[in-house]
Design a protein around this ligand. Structure first.
Ligand code: FE2
Ligand code: FE2
Length: 195
């Protein structure tokens, strides 16, 4: 039984796992566990704090299966721009999802919350932890897409290159699908790819 340091989560890993798995399908929860696994490997490799990484990975998709109304309500509270309404769960579950992580799981570590916020869009500036969660989400063992082998190799060569690779790939994918691109994703592209 792993008891986390209080500043990360007030309880054990088992307790956190129970709370997170209750909010999502078994399939998604296996994804979460695979993200935790590779995130811990990256943390070990790059000297990031393991407990912090474990908590961030376990909660990164906490809000992924929540109804849209929950996010709309948060936007209407005034903390976010109304423009966010033009997007959907893909964007909301990170940026706004961090609010639910903080409120419902009693997680207050700002680095963990920021890693959750940024895991789908990236950002101009990302902490090492945020980079690890962003990349781990992309390369976890269950992922299978052209380029995943390169992404996995880059992740253990140079974290920033892996962030760049993923950002470019994601943007290409969004453009191919002709869906709206959240401006922050473009900011991430400008900072990490076209720099
Ligand atoms: Fe996610
Ligand atoms: Fe994820």
């Amino acid at each position: 039984m792993i008891l986390y340091s209080k500043q990360y989560f007030p309880g054990t890993r088992e307790e956190l796992v129970k709370k997170v798995s209750a909010t999502m399908s078994p399939k998604r929860f296996s994804h979460v566990l695979r993200v935790e696994k590779v995130a811990l490997e990256l943390a070990e490799y790059y000297g990031e704090e393991l407990e912090k990484t474990s908590v961030a990975a376990l909660v990164h998709d906490y809000a992924k299966e929540r109804p849209d109304e929950d996010f709309i309500r948060q936007i209407d509270k005034g903390k976010y721009s109304q423009d966010l309404k033009a997007y959907g769960n893909e964007i909301w579950h990170g940026i706004i999802g961090a609010d639910f992580v903080a409120e419902e799981l009693e997680i207050s570590d700002e680095a963990i919350l920021q890693a959750v916020r940024l895991h789908t869009t990236g950002a101009k500036e990302m902490s090492r932890l945020a980079q690890i969660i962003y990349v781990a989400d992309f390369i976890e063992d269950g992922r299978d897409f052209p380029g995943v082998a390169t992404a996995r190799r880059l992740a253990f060569e140079n974290l920033a290159s892996a962030v760049a690779f993923e950002t470019k790939h994601t943007l290409q994918f969004l453009i191919e699908k002709e869906v709206k691109v959240y401006p922050k994703t473009i900011e991430t592209y400008n900072a990490w790819v076209a720099n």
